[in-house]
Design a protein around this ligand. Sequence first.
Ligand code: OAD
Length: 235
Amino acid sequence: MSAGQNIVVLTGAGMSAESGVPTFRGVDGLWEGHRIEEVASPEGFARDPELVHHFYNLRRAALNTVEPNAGHLALVKLEREWRGKFLLVTQNVDDLHERAGSEKLIHMHGELRKARCECCGAVLSWTQELSSGTRCRACGEIGGLRPHIVWFGEFPFEMETIMSALEGADVFLCIGTSGVVYPAAGFAQQVASHSNCRLIEINIERTEISRHFHEHIVGPVSAELPKLVERLLSA
Ligand code: OAD
């Protein structure tokens, strides 16, 4: 199927769940009694920066204890062996795709292992804790650093590149996302309007957007994605 065909892959938290990274909308959708929006919005950060830093410090530190799973590795194989254009768009802020070896990758919601300075605009690789007292390595200011994460109400990164890849997509794979956070939740509907784009979803359950897909594969990514990749590469 891959000769001359363009593929766009969208991943969400379900992609990394089997690596041990918790999803966002788990059992009660709360983190230590806070709604996710409270720790993932500019307003939340302005109200209580230390709480927000603490939330992301824990998630950043947790990356040291997780590894890519068979699903991440399958996407690397797909990227390397697919003969048309390939783009992987992830909503995940972990670095498991790049650790697995993915290269044509956009982190539309930012990256846990980066910090951004609101004083000088520098985006810095960051593996340590952040706090309101942290000094920016680029400009030396204290208190300007924030997680390089797209919060609710902010615009995701690299949307122009993503939109143009979606426009030319012949295959759209959507993996492990609940399909409730826009604009990513709208990608399936957008590509469904191309008469010739094939849409395939993998999730452990039906989602808000499953109705847009030609194929809905029910099951965990670590088992289902390697099988799907073999099928796509041999078609
Ligand atoms: P969610 O937590 O909303 O959804 C995770 C999805 O993964 C659910 O549909 C699960 O059914 C599915 N899932 C869980 N384990 C799976 C597995 N092993 N195999 C396959 N599917 C599995 O996460 P996202 O959809 O990624 O934004 O959430 C979107 C955005 O909301 C996130 O990027 C984040 C959050 O606010 C930001 O941080 C900006």
